[in-house]
Design a protein around this ligand. Structure first.
Ligand code: PMP
Length: 355
């Protein structure tokens, strides 16, 4: 830290992304990326000369992509906000609704960036403990006195709330913005997008990083009331109006045009998730019932941290968190069928070596 840094950032603990080691080729099951490439249409678009136009700024309103998303989700273009990954939108949401001592509420075990943004913007935040079985008791999020952030499905547990539970939370907090982070919704949970027409305090956030195989392009979007979307635009235009580059905007539009390719991939991932869950259970793991493109699993034979290290040694990366409540678990991204078969083989070896 330099002597010049503002004192208010002294105690800020920055977000730690999943590792991206370059020392050898790993089977990467640690950052919830898609194991499948972008659609042929998206790849074709990447080669179509948009790069020649890079001398020009992108459209700061991303009008073409915004219109396609509005049509796909049955809302108006004024209900759509685009950003440089959904993290960008979470940042704006804390900045807009929960900064400088204003309150925010999120689960104790959830996406690690919520507490980072809360600290960054000086939010007075409360972490609401998950239940013993790691589910969210929606009633604990009802009638609170601040902004609410819920990942649905939750990360790293993969557990999802029902749409009616989500609606109760939105309905009971009419004076505060409720952010439903649906980064993983396409893998089997119920989306709250249709509730945007009914509640002006709802902001649904989604991303192209998971189900649309575009984590490297950095593209997220949110759907909310026109007023909330305007707030976000105001902050975006006050920080970086060109927050999405030209290539990403055009690839995003091509991805929306190949929706069925991505729905098929989601189906494949859901099938592979069922396979991986069964295999891990057969090996004595407790696996939480996941609606996401990852499973959260704990072995009865080997410690979570040790399993992570041994898998890494054998060329497979999974994500281990050291937080007390979940340190026995590993979060394992669902890869291809072959990758999950390799995973279970390596786990069998590790367990046999351990006994
Ligand atoms: N929300 C949740 C729950 C996530 O797990 C992630 C991915 N780490 C994000 C948001 C951010 O995704 P991105 O910025 O790639 O859209």
């Amino acid at each position: 830290m330099s002597k010049f840094l503002d004192k208010r950032y002294d105690s800020l603990a920055a977000y730690v992304p999943g590792e991206q080691p370059q020392d050898k080729k790993y089977i990467k099951l640690n950052t919830n990326e898609s194991p499948y490439p972008p659609s042929p249409e998206t790849l074709e678009m990447a080669n179509r000369g948009e790069a020649e136009l890079l001398r020009l700024y992108p459209d700061p309103d991303g009008k073409i992509l915004t219109k396609k998303l509005a049509d796909l989700y049955g809302v108006e273009t004024e209900n759509i906000f685009l950003a440089n990954g959904s993290d960008d939108i979470l940042n704006f949401s804390f900045m807009a609704y929960c900064a400088n001592g204003r309150k925010s509420y999120f689960a104790d075990i959830t996406y690690g960036f919520y507490s980072v943004f809360a600290n960054l913007h000086g939010s007075d935040y409360t972490e609401i403990p998950l239940e013993e079985d790691f589910s969210i008791d929606y009633k604990k999020f009802c009638g609170v006195d601040g902004g609410v952030f819920i990942a649905n499905p939750n990360a790293p547990t993969g557990l999802a709330m029902t749409l009616s539970q989500v609606e109760e939370v939105i309905k009971s907090n009419p004076d505060y913005v409720v952010v439903i982070d649906e980064a993983y919704v396409d893998f089997g949970a119920e989306s709250a997008v249709n509730l945007v027409k009914k509640y002006d305090n709802l902001l649904v956030i989604q991303t192209f990083s998971k189900s649309r195989s575009m984590a490297g392009a950095r593209l997220g979007f949110a759907i909310g009331s026109k007023e909330i979307i305007n707030d976000l635009h105001k902050l975006r235009y006050s920080t970086n109006p060109y927050n999405i580059n030209r290539l990403t905007l055009s690839l995003g539009a091509a991805a929306i045009d190949s929706q069925s390719y991505y729905t098929d991939n989601c189906k494949k991932i859901i099938d592979t998730r069922a396979y991986a869950t069964k295999e891990l259970e057969n090996l004595g793991f407790e696996v939480l019932p996941s609606k996401a493109n990852f499973v959260f699993a704990k072995s009865d034979k080997i410690d979570g941290g040790e399993l992570y290290l041994k898998l890494k040694d054998k060329g497979i990366l999974v994500r281990h968190f050291t937080k007390e409540r979940i340190k026995d678990f590993n979060r394992i991204t669902i890869g291809t069928q072959a990758e999950m078969e390799a995973l279970t083989e390596k786990i069998k070896e590790i367990i046999t070596e351990a006994v």
